[in-house]
Design a protein around this ligand. Structure first.
Ligand SMILES: [Fe+2]
Length: 292
């Protein structure tokens, strides 16, 4: 595990998308005007097939208002519940779009589900950077690294930036537990092992989750710590064993229905947020029947 720089405290601003309960983040290096965006959202209205950009526009406005330079646009994984706003933000502000190198497995799996032709490249080349486990990078002067955390999906990564870590869907808030592990390529045992890696970070590392559903009617929240998760996460805190976790996770996943936007999300997100086009160049999505 690369060293964590606990003395580097990034300014983290959260943006909540109520359609998918996703939290996107603007992360600013405390020592410069450099910043990164994590898990940006593009809204999609299924009934009309219309895209909108309210959430991404808010992030863009915040970056511009503070005169920041956007260096990285990070995807924690291929999201199945919302469309990525990464290319929209990149077009306006620049920055490199990065995801885990195992995106190629996800592209391969869903390339088949959506019967994508040979023109759909399954080598991750739609992204600017494919992170390997333990890869280090910088946002301005802030030391960052990516940790491979498969289980929810094969390409999941947790990004550590200074003393903050962005968990994607590896962990939710302590009362929210963990994410499902039943999508193609998911695995509850792997998820347990990945969570243990996150919990091996220093206790005071600030954790920022990608989703929150406000369990029991509490207000939406997104920030916790490694120490809090280790003590009280309802799925894994207090020393839950791998076997107990796998049993709980698999029983729970068997009850879950598919996310409302999984079909459009996957087609867009395996292309780094670009909407596929038909032979005439029109943005078009498919609905494969009885495939998921
Ligand atoms: Fe996810």
């Amino acid at each position: 595990m690369p060293a964590v720089y606990m003395d580097q405290h990034p300014d983290v601003t959260a943006f909540f998308d109520a359609q998918s309960n996703t939290i996107s983040y603007l992360v600013k290096d405390p020592a410069s005007t450099a910043c990164a965006v994590v898990d940006a959202v593009m809204q999609f209205d299924y009934a009309s097939g219309r895209l909108s950009y309210d959430s991404a526009d808010e992030i863009i406005a915040a970056i511009q208002a503070q005169g920041l330079t956007l260096e990285w646009i990070i995807e924690s994984h291929v999201h199945a519940d919302h469309l990525s706003g990464a290319p929209y933000i990149q077009q306006k502000l620049g920055g490199k779009i990065g995801i885990g190198e195992h995106i190629t497995e996800v592209q391969d799996t869903f390339g088949k589900v959506f019967n994508e032709g040979t023109e759909f490249e399954r080598d991750g080349s739609q992204f600017d950077k494919l992170f390997k486990d333990g890869d280090r990078y910088h946002v301005g002067e802030m030391a960052c690294f990516a940790l491979h955390t498969p289980g929810h999906t094969p390409a999941c990564m947790v990004h550590v930036m200074g003393n903050a870590a962005f968990t994607g869907d590896t962990l939710f808030m302590p009362d929210g537990g963990s994410a499902r592990a039943d999508f193609p390529g998911g695995d509850a045992g792997q998820l347990y092992d990945s969570i243990q890696r996150v919990l091996s970070l220093p206790d005071d590392v600030r954790l920022f989750v990608c989703h929150d559903y406000g369990p029991g009617g509490r207000a939406i929240s997104w920030e916790t710590t490694v120490g809090e998760q280790r003590a009280s996460n309802i799925h894994i805190g207090g020393g839950t064993s791998r076997e107990e976790f796998v049993k709980m996770r698999e029983a729970r996943d068997a009850q879950l229905s598919m996310p409302a936007l999984i079909i459009p999300s996957l087609q867009v997100n395996i292309r780094a947020g670009e909407v596929p086009r038909d032979a005439q160049g029109n943005m078009t999505l498919k609905i494969p029947v009885n495939k998921l």
